[in-house]
Design a protein around this ligand. Structure first.
Ligand code: HEC
Ligand code: HEC
Ligand code: HEC
Length: 462
């Protein structure tokens, strides 16, 4: 991404589908509500916070354009078809929508007047130049771990390589009564790390680079780590078994990235993880839902050594259960070929799904994912499966080329009961084992993800 000429392109990739990305963020805003009640005394914390940047920064690992890719700034600060980094992405929250801001270097409407210190404070501490506390929809609790060198490089990229765009910011729709930002100071004091990532001894350079990318710029935990009651991520690094243990982000479930044999990456090799991040496909699965944005705008641009570093780091995360790997059982395939309707859901599978995923549920590698032994099929939480069945998937765009195959939407074609049955069927055929899906679960998501409803701006898929 050598900047100017290509930067505007990135925002128009279908994967940068703003409204859906925004959906993944809406729960981040609840801390405001939660903290409001107890926050009066926190005014004390509103003192001016000095920037962290030290002038003698060592050189960045790579150019600022690359750092911006690792941090996926474009996914939130652009809208499909809009100018890169001009902001305007709508993010639904329980108390009203907010909009990402213009971070192009226009002095009037963007961040053209930001000094390096101002920029640092916004990115690593969540405080805008005018002193406004940013909502943690901006992932500064992760960016807090960025190195000085990477912040300097990012600043250089935004000031020198991004084209200034004059575009006024959109006012948030949060009612005035709830829009006070100072309670966030307390939330930040409690939950935002104060120092950059520090290499851990006892681990090699690749592991440490992977840990840095995952915890810092990549902000993988923002979606994959479960949140506590006050909505901070439950863990920020591998010292806790909650870290990257899987979480629901609105209607998608971001699965565990730990070593679990069924519901995590226990059966994935370094190469499987690398292929998934680089191309969105591997021999097991395909990226979909909010992970599409991540692959399209960020991980597909990572260098091979950074991809490998992430794989090394993820493979070092222990399993959180003693579950055994799925042992493939071909009885389900035999039943599909002889009497598919013998089980509820079996008929729908044979009629609607088998042409793409195979009667043997082994898929057609790399484009039609396998359903046997696939962690996303086996997760206790079926949100991703239901959402994908109802609404289908949007294109993966790697190296500028949208992939050819898409999971269709079955919203019109299949009833709640059909979807519940076929999902329960694939979750328990071919050796898989996972809790049944109910028609009521499908009905709930059918309503809250209806792409044609005016109410559901944030989940509209097409
Ligand atoms: C997950 C979405 C998301 C990502 C990724 C993200 N931001 Fe933001 N950012 C936001 C939102 C939303 C706001 C506005 C928050 C508010 O109004 O309180 C914001 C605000 C900002 C601001 C404050 C600008 C101003 O004066 O209003 C800066 C600077 C900024 N982001 C820079 C970055 C940079 C640099 C990156 C990449 C390293 C990045 N952001 C990545 C969502 C994001
Ligand atoms: C036209 C081909 C096609 C049909 C028909 C189809 N799928 Fe898919 N399915 C895909 C593709 C392609 C993906 C990968 C995601 C993407 O890129 O859209 C996918 C993804 C999935 C996934 C997520 C797996 C993963 O790891 O990505 C599940 C679960 C799934 N399909 C189940 C079903 C079920 C159940 C049916 C029948 C009701 C069905 N599919 C019908 C093509 C199809
Ligand atoms: C915006 C939310 C979001 C962010 C940020 C995110 N992910 Fe994901 N991720 C998801 C969702 C949702 C899925 C499930 C859909 C799928 O399999 O593509 C997923 C799936 C995955 C999978 C496949 C897991 C499986 O069992 O099939 C891997 C590997 C992964 N993510 C790695 C990462 C890494 C590494 C990062 C950080 C660089 C990251 N993700 C950041 C939402 C996110």
């Amino acid at each position: 991404m050598p900047s100017q000429s290509e930067a505007p392109e990135v925002s128009t990739q279908p994967g940068a589908h703003g409204q859906r990305r925004g959906a993944a963020r809406k729960r981040w805003l609840k801390p405001l509500l939660l903290v409001l009640g107890v926050a009066l005394c926190g005014l004390v914390l509103l003192c001016i916070i000095p920037p962290r940047i030290a002038i003698s920064a060592s050189p960045p690992v790579s150019g600022g354009d690359y750092v911006a890719r690792t941090a996926d700034c474009v996914a939130c600060h652009s809208i499909p078809g809009g100018k890169a980094f001009a902001g305007g992405l709508k993010m639904g929250t329980p108390i009203g929508a907010i909009y990402s801001t213009n971070i192009s270097p226009d002095p009037e409407t963007g961040i053209g007047r930001y000094s390096l210190a101002d920029f640092d404070r916004a990115v690593r501490q969540g405080i805008a130049r005018d002193g406004r506390r940013l909502y943690p929809a901006m992932p500064y609790p992760s960016y807090a771990k960025l190195t000085d060198a990477d912040v300097v490089a990012l600043y250089g990229f935004f000031m020198k390589q991004v084209r200034p765009v004059r575009q006024a910011n959109v006012k948030s729709e949060i009612p005035a009564l709830l829009s006070a930002r100072w309670p966030l100071a307390i939330w930040d004091a409690a939950f935002t790390p104060r120092s950059s990532y520090v290499d851990k001894s006892g681990h090699d350079a690749a592991w440490n680079r992977g840990a840095y990318l995952v915890q810092g710029p990549g902000h993988c935990g923002a979606c994959h780590t479960p949140r506590a009651i006050s909505l901070q991520e439950n863990a920020l690094d591998e010292s806790s078994s909650n870290y990257l243990a899987g979480a629901e982000v609105d209607a998608w479930y971001a699965p565990s990235l730990r070593g679990n044999m069924r519901t995590g990456l226990g059966t994935w090799s370094d190469k499987d993880i690398g292929a998934f991040l680089k191309t969105g496909h591997n021999r097991v699965g395909s990226a979909f839902g909010s992970m599409i944005d991540v692959v399209n705008n960020s991980t597909s641009y990572f260098s091979d050594s950074d991809i490998q570093a992430i794989a090394v780091y993820l493979k070092s995360l222990s399993a959180t259960s003693t579950e055994k790997a799925v042992v493939y059982d071909k009885a389900t395939t035999a039943a599909q070929l002889t009497r598919p309707t013998a089980q509820p859901g079996g008929g729908v599978y044979a009629g609607v799904c088998a042409s793409c995923h195979g009667f043997d549920a082994r898929g057609f590698s790399q484009y039609m994912p396998a359903l046997a032994g696939n962690p996303v099929v086996l997760d206790d939480n079926p949100s991703s499966l239901i959402n994908l069945m109802l609404n289908g998937s949007i294109p993966l765009v790697v190296n500028g080329t949208p992939d050819a195959y898409r999971m269709p939407q079955f919203r019109q074609q299949l009833s709640d009961q059909d979807i519940a049955d076929v999902l329960t069927f694939i979750r328990n055929g071919w050796g898989n084992q996972a809790p049944p899906v109910t028609a009521a679960q499908v009905a709930t998501l059918r309503k809250s993800t209806n792409p044609s409803s005016e109410q559901v701006v944030i989940l509209r898929m097409r």
